[in-house]
Design a binder for this molecule. Structure first.
Ligand SMILES: *Cc1c(COP(=O)(O)O)cnc(C)c1O
Length: 393
């Protein structure tokens, strides 16, 4: 067992909120320098992070390129949809939570054709759903899938979605925002046209940009598709390829922090190493919380190593806002849940935390329950109905 990770800074709470998330001191320190965005040193930095991201996708990477885009993750999703879906294309959006619905809303803003499979709060879209929808509607050109749906924490069955999409001869776009770099992805299985992630998730950088990883041939073919100047991935890519520069002011300090985060990621053993720590974090958290009487929304099979949804206890002494404040006072910032039918909360497993920290999270939860006078952490009966739906799959 490695030595416990040091706390982010004395007196600063851990962010169990992916993300922004808790970053290392080294990542924060890397921001203490100003960079000229046109200067060779910054161009070299940009080259280095683009290559470093591509290194993470493994065998087959030579057919792909990486294009960073300023803004938060949603800017990248919008950029990907606007750039790779032609004006006369049509997207099948697979939704089982807030991020899938946001992608559908983005398509509405883009004024481009789309159809939605909405599985509700968390039930996973399956390969069969995709195969069926694609067989019914020959106009669909692309499928948009969410890898880890962060609003519930479910790890969607991306392999079977990719398989069904490929079998029907359509193109796959993946929002792997919260999973990329922390969950292994096999390019040979997924065969995506493009995928997106951002600086402040599993790579453990700070917020300020995201990146699109796309097949070079698709980038070339996408010229002129985009509705937006600043979100045009093809234009950003061709400028960056020619000049080494971002088209508009880059978040220089964030990029420098990201390089440091990539180094630490490699040092930890790359995607495999990070996946192992996050899985340990999740296991320590889930085991400890279950021992207190809490129940997870998802069966073990669907639990991602990224974020976990717990049902709020039925005990009337439990108030989420009070629980949140108590957890914060004990050093941990958590997330409210996003389920529409049952009260819940979420705890993230990514960022500069290890199983030792997660055990402290469980202790804090135990103490918070006793501070509130909660006798049982068991969820209401209605929550258990939700679990049955998933078990029936
Ligand atoms: C974080 C996240 C996004 C992007 O959210 P922003 O708030 O725009 O950074 C998109 N999709 C998923 C699945 C995410 O987890």
């Amino acid at each position: 067992m490695p030595a416990p990770l040091p706390p982010p800074k004395l007196g600063e709470p851990y962010l169990l909120t992916p993300g922004p998330l808790t970053t290392s001191f080294g990542v924060k320190e890397a921001m203490l320098k100003d960079w000229g965005s046109w200067d060779d040193d910054f161009r070299a930095l940009t080259r280095e992070i683009r290559a470093g991201i591509l290194d993470l996708i493994g065998p087959g990477a030579e057919a792909y390129d990486c294009v960073p885009i300023q803004g938060s993750g949603s800017y990248c999703v919008e950029a990907m949809l606007g750039t790779f879906v032609p004006k006369d294309g049509k997207v099948l959006v697979l939704a089982n939570g807030a991020y899938g619905l946001r992608a559908a809303q983005t398509m509405t803003y883009l004024n481009r054709a789309h159809t939605l499979i909405d599985k509700g709060d968390y039930l996973p879209p399956r390969g069969d759903d995709v195969a069926h929808a694609l067989a019914e509607d020959p106009a669909i050109t692309h499928v948009l899938a969410i890898h880890c749906e962060t609003s519930s924490g479910i790890l969607n069955p991306i392999d079977e979605i990719a398989e069904a999409t490929h079998a029907a001869g359509r193109k796959l776009l993946i929002d792997s925002m919260s999973a990329f770099g922390g969950v292994p992805m096999d390019l040979a299985t997924l065969r995506y046209t493009a995928m997106v992630s951002s600086a402040n998730k599993c790579i453990e950088g700070v917020p300020g940009f995201g990146f699109v990883i796309a097949r070079t041939s698709e980038l070339e073919a996408a010229k002129g598709n985009c509705h937006s100047l600043s979100l045009d991935v093809e234009a950003q890519w061709s400028t960056m390829s020619k000049t080494g520069q971002w088209r508009f002011t880059p978040p220089t300090h964030v990029v420098a922090a990201f390089r440091e985060a990539l180094r630490a990621h490699a040092q930890e053993g790359g995607v495999e190493g990070r996946a192992a720590r996050y899985s340990n974090n999740r296991d320590a958290l889930v085991t400890g919380m279950r021992a207190l009487g809490f129940e997870t929304l998802l069966d073990d099979r669907w639990l991602s190593p990224i974020i976990v949804t717990f049902f709020c206890p039925a005990d009337p002494a439990f108030q989420f806002s009070q629980f949140y404040d108590l957890m914060k006072s004990k050093g941990f910032i958590i997330y409210p849940g996003k389920l529409t039918v049952v009260d819940s909360f979420r705890i993230g497993c990514i960022g500069q935390m290890d199983a030792h920290v997660m055990n402290l999270v469980v202790e804090a939860a135990r103490d918070a329950l006793s501070d509130m006078g909660v006798v049982s952490a068991a969820p209401p009966a209605i929550a258990l109905n939700e679990r049955k739906k998933l078990a029936a799959l």
